[in-house]
Design a protein around this ligand. Structure first.
Ligand SMILES: Cc1cc2nc3c(=O)[nH]c(=O)nc-3n(C[C@H](O)[C@H](O)[C@H](O)COP(=O)(O)OP(=O)(O)OC[C@H]3O[C@@H](n4cnc5c(N)ncnc54)[C@H](O)[C@@H]3O)c2cc1C
Length: 332
């Protein structure tokens, strides 16, 4: 979105995993049949002993009239489109909207706001602009608790970014440039940036694996689903936290869960006890603009949740950039 990275620089062809002895099948999974232990693609049917589902989310926008014309940084094409739009933006009202919960990476709308703030400052048009965030949650990053929420509020206030919590999007009128809420007064916008509506992938809907909340129900520690030898990790899951909430959708959790499932399956196949358990620990960086990032770290399975926000620094920004480099080098 800021142009500091390009999509080719941060994406890799997964087929290169074959050099690690992993057969990578390119194809869309069209159905999952847990009764006959098979998954199907358009031209193949694969029999499994163990299945690990890591299908992420489907994005949509048709639930909210007008949302499909909002700019978004939640996928590569959207980020590139928004980058070009921001480059020509003359200043005005920037609205960043979360239409529904859950969405990927709870800090992402705030991170987006900080980066847009820095970008507009760099272009000398921040004084003629207003940046506002609208979200159904009462506090920023509600899953991380009140202390983190209060710190994010103060970081937003330092940069004159306005926060409106507890509001639910109803529709967007692009002719009058107005955002309508179910429970608040309409607000004007010149540039609308929004998260898409997040849903479990379509292929999972007839699989019998979804819980009442529409996501794959899993055991919080072992990540097994209701079907035997079927596991699910990452964004497609619903992991209950002790405080009654759902574990946030974040890469750090997908990664931690993947390691637990991989180790347990390796143990089981080797005739050992599967002793690994996912503990709900996670950390993520939140870019705050000007080459700095904050760090949010904690234990999401603790009761009450124990999560801290470590303030913005250049060191944290460079740690994040280093993580990206090491990750890509190690796997690809
Ligand atoms: C703007 C933004 C910022 C973020 N920042 C952070 C951060 O700082 N830290 C953090 O931890 N997380 C962050 N995240 C969240 C992180 O990207 C996701 O939580 C993570 O990628 C989830 O991994 P996953 O494997 O569950 O799903 P994905 O990475 O989405 O992978 C799912 C894969 O399944 C494929 N797929 C789906 N359906 C099918 C099908 N039918 N057949 C075949 N393939 C299919 C998809 O194409 C995709 O490749 C951020 C997300 C966004 C959008």
């Amino acid at each position: 979105m800021t142009g500091e990275r390009t999509v080719p620089r941060i994406t890799r062809d997964l087929r290169s995993l074959s050099k690690r002895g992993i057969e990578f099948v390119v194809g869309e999974v069209t159905s999952i049949d847990v009764a006959s232990l098979r998954i199907h693609t358009a031209n193949r049917s694969l029999l499994y002993d163990y299945l690990v589902i890591a299908l992420g989310v489907d994005y949509s926008s048709e639930e909210v009239p007008g949302l499909n014309r909002a700019w978004t940084f939640y996928h590569g094409d959207g980020a590139e489109g928004l980058r070009d739009e921001l480059a020509g933006f003359p200043g005005g009202q920037v609205a960043i909207v979360v239409p529904t919960l859950p969405y990927k990476c709870p800090p992402s709308p705030f991170e987006g706001a900080f980066l847009i703030d820095a970008l507009l400052r760099g272009r000398g048009i921040r004084d003629s602009s207003r940046i506002s965030i609208y979200t159904p949650e009462d506090l920023p990053i509600a899953s991380a608790g009140e202390e983190v929420g209060a710190k994010v509020l103060s970081l937003l206030a330092e940069r004159d970014i306005r926060f409106s919590g507890g509001v639910n999007l109803k529709s967007v009128n692009h002719e009058t440039r107005q955002i309508n809420f179910q429970d608040a007064e309409p607000v004007p916008f010149d540039l609308l940036v929004a998260a898409p509506v997040h849903r479990a992938p379509k292929v999972l809907r007839g699989s019998g694996l979804l819980g009442a909340d529409g996501w794959v129900a899993v055991d919080p520690q072992q990540l097994n689903t209701v079907a035997e030898d079927v596991y699910a990790i990452g964004d497609c899951t619903s992991v209950p936290m002790p405080n009654g909430g759902m574990l946030p959708k974040a890469g750090v959790f997908a990664h931690g869960q993947a390691e637990v499932v991989a180790r347990n399956l390796t143990a089981e196949i080797g005739g050992h006890d599967p002793i690994w358990a996912f503990g709900g620990q996670g950390a993520c960086f939140m870019e705050t603009g000007g080459g700095k990032a904050a760090y949010i770290i904690g234990d999401y399975y603790a009761e009450p949740t124990r999560v801290r926000l470590l303030g913005p620094s250049r060191f944290r920004h460079w740690t994040k950039a280093g993580f990206e480099r090491v990750w890509l080098w190690r796997w690809f």
